[in-house]
Design a protein around this ligand. Structure first.
Ligand SMILES: NC(=O)c1ccc[n+]([C@@H]2O[C@H](COP(=O)([O-])OP(=O)(O)OC[C@H]3O[C@@H](n4cnc5c(N)ncnc54)[C@H](O)[C@@H]3O)[C@@H](O)[C@H]2O)c1
Length: 278
């Protein structure tokens, strides 16, 4: 993007749609976040293909998206190279060349460290890390071969930065994903490929505003440590993804954006200064 003339601060209006003439593949596209990300990218003018392992949810979400046209679905397991290659080839045969990849698939198993088996440990790494590595590699090779540009957005988690009990394998897999995102940004940047991430805190189907005795205890606990005092909505994440996928973030790569209502800077366990023991 060229800089505008120096004698004026006026920036010419951009296309009001951020993603016109673009095409996106969203893995985990049948999920809570992936489906809303797909709808949001579609709203911004992109053709979208949702990819997921869950055939039933995939066809439900695809039916809703296709009401507004320019949406397709492909089924497969992102942790298997051959399935990824097939999904990507099929997606491009349906939607044309794809230049945006959003990795919104993931699994969140719960297991305490002392009880964990080696297989349980491996599973989130296979899906949450290897699955991202495979999809990114397959697309990056295609983009480099066709000398095209590309944008990747990986959905990480606030668990990647803040340790908590009960799912060390999930948290470690998301921390690995952050570093994978940064490392790919370095290698792929010279090819015109941007790689960023979004790290959401708790996003539920329903948004809880403020603490209440009617809320589940974990929701009140979460809100207590969240400056904006509510849980997240899928739309909060989807808007950040749309920005990072678009040319409006043309000079941004290697970033993992915290979308948390401020929870990532709140220190749940430290009291405000005026209440601390003198
Ligand atoms: N919802 C939250 O509060 C939250 C917070 C932080 C991070 N995240 C992350 O966001 C992503 C999406 O979460 P969500 O809440 O939408 O969960 P979700 O379970 O609703 O969606 C995840 C989707 O990934 C698909 N999937 C799982 N394994 C797959 C595989 N091997 N191949 C292809 N698809 C596969 C599932 O079928 C599902 O549709 C995950 O990576 C999750 O870790 C979610």
């Amino acid at each position: 993007m060229k800089s505008t003339t120096q004698n004026s601060l006026f920036t010419p209006a951009r296309n009001p749609l951020m993603l016109e003439n673009r095409a996106a593949l969203i893995t985990g596209g049948a999920g809570r976040l992936g489906s809303v990300i797909a709808a949001t990218l579609q709203r911004e003018g992109a053709r979208v293909v949702i990819a997921d392992i869950d055939r039933t949810r995939l066809s439900e979400v695809a039916a809703k998206l296709s009401l507004t046209a320019k949406a397709w679905s492909v089924q497969g397991d992102v942790s298997q190279l051959q399935e990824v290659q097939k999904m990507v080839a099929r997606a491009e045969s349906l939607a044309g060349p794809i230049d945006i990849l959003v990795n919104a698939h993931g699994i969140v198993p719960v297991r305490n460290f002392l009880e964990m088996t080696p297989d349980e440990w491996d599973r989130p790494f296979a899906v949450n890390v290897r699955g991202v590595m495979l999809t990114c590699q397959v697309f990056a090779k295609r983009w480099i071969e066709r000398k095209g540009r590309g944008a990747i957005v990986n959905i990480s988690s606030s668990a990647s930065r803040a340790a908590r009990p009960g799912r060390p394998h999930y948290a470690a897999s998301k921390a690995a994903l952050n570093m994978l995102t940064e490392a790919m940004a370095i290698e792929l940047g010279p090819h015109g490929i941007r790689v960023n991430g979004v790290a959401p805190a708790t996003v539920l189907d329903q948004v809880y505003r403020g603490q209440s005795p009617d809320n589940p205890a974990y929701v009140n606990f979460t809100i207590q440590g969240t400056p904006l005092a509510r849980t997240g909505a899928p739309e909060d994440v989807a808007e950040a993804v749309a920005f990072l996928a678009s040319d409006r973030s043309d000079w941004t790569t290697g970033v993992v954006l915290d979308v948390t209502g401020g929870a990532h800077v709140a220190r749940r366990l430290s009291a405000p200064t005026d209440t601390q023991a003198k």
